[in-house]
Design a protein around this ligand. Sequence first.
Ligand code: SF4
Ligand code: SF4
Length: 498
Amino acid sequence: MDVRAHVSVIFHLDKCIGCHTCSVACKNVWTDRPGAEYMWWNNVETKPGTGYPTRWEDQEKFNGGWKYDAEKKDIALRCQNKADTFLKLFYNPNQPNLQDYYEPFTYKYEDLFTAPAGDDQPTAVPVSLITGEPIEIKSGPNWDDDLSGSPIYAENDLNLDKLTEEERAQLFEIERLTMFYLPRICNHCANPTCVAACPSGAIYKRGEDGIVLINQEKCRGWRACVAACPYKKIYFNWKTGKSEKCILCFPRLETGQPPACFHSCVGRIRYLGVLLYDADKIPSAMKVSDRALVDSQRDAILDPHDPEVVAAALRNGISEEFLDSAQNSPAYKYVIEWKLALPLHIEYRTMPMLFYVPPLLPVMGKSANGTYEHSADKFFTSLEDARIPVKYLASLFSAGNEQVVEAVMRKLMAVRYYKRWQSVRDLAENDVHRILREAKTTPEEVEAIYQMTAIPTHYQRFVLPPLQREEAIESTCSPEACKGCSGFSLDPAFTPRA
Ligand code: SF4
Ligand code: SF4
């Protein structure tokens, strides 16, 4: 057993209100500079929808992730092999281009103030952030937000391909359109294709916490990582000629603060905590059939309370403080204890370490006579008729394995029924306990899920481990011990605060 620690995250989709505050917080902190205008390290997509970059899930076009050979029980990069790696440095037909993203723009706001007096209201025309010239806006990073443009955009969602006409109709019935939000950042995968594809060895996973970073000094701008990442979460900076990606705000983590998108999240959908995993299992974990992938990933994650795991972790140099945060981790609770959080598109086999609690909303199921049921009982009998088809969610969160998603939905629904019964008492007690049994849960577990979902404190959502700094600097910062090293600041004139 080779125990490693990983900072992992949970996004609870029922709580996301699609406000994009997370995206703006990230943009302001990290990508508000030349060459990075089109980068959205954090973006929020509407599902069904095409996402950003447009139709990023289309691996026939973009060729990202790992390809599984069932006969050999082996995986290989989809985007390149030993023979064509060199050639693809110079031309890679699977790279996303500007049309797949959008031409970044701003508005000429000064025209609003400087326009001469006239009969018409002055307008701020859009101008390209690349050329500075006026442009006609044709797309943007959340162009299909809230199903706008539907069905043109929503119907182009690749996950709909697996649905029957009837199931598609459930999603798109006029005036009953169903949608939810899917915030996305880099998954800081445990088996990342971006790292495997980089010819310069510039991308690496930090040993102590699993954060995937790009060494800007080593990056040669070949962009193999952009093609290889199936989530399209690496962006090429056209100004510096280097690739960039989400860094999980490691400078904030190292100073005891959650990442900017987590801290600013209005819906409080985001949780962060340590997962321990067995690195010995990583090479084989993703070499199983699609149906077995979720269980295989769960199997690689270790119980931080198990004395054997604790001993092996200490032998590997994981500190007791780190183990303490693993034992209190909300990520462990959601992923392993409650089995409510699932990875996005695990069939890409990069082993994402970002997990989603799938959305239950809207809770109403469709009954046989075509009306929408509010009643608790009827929901379970019509799970297959839920407004968001289970098959659609399975396409996103369990490589098509509907049983995995059904188990999650049943437990999420059981929490609602139990809490409703507690406060409203409009359900029979026997029925509520039957629902709990069918969902394989208990009143104690339901209370714990409710607490962590609905009323968690800041420190329950973010259980930050004590992290080392990326580059060792003098750690004796205090007025007495100050050696004038300037700490984090790059400014030589920096004076430490007394
Ligand atoms: S999601 Fe992040 S870690 Fe995973 S392959 Fe893409 S860039 Fe790499
Ligand atoms: S800030 Fe939170 S609630 Fe708002 S869109 Fe982002 S993830 Fe959703």
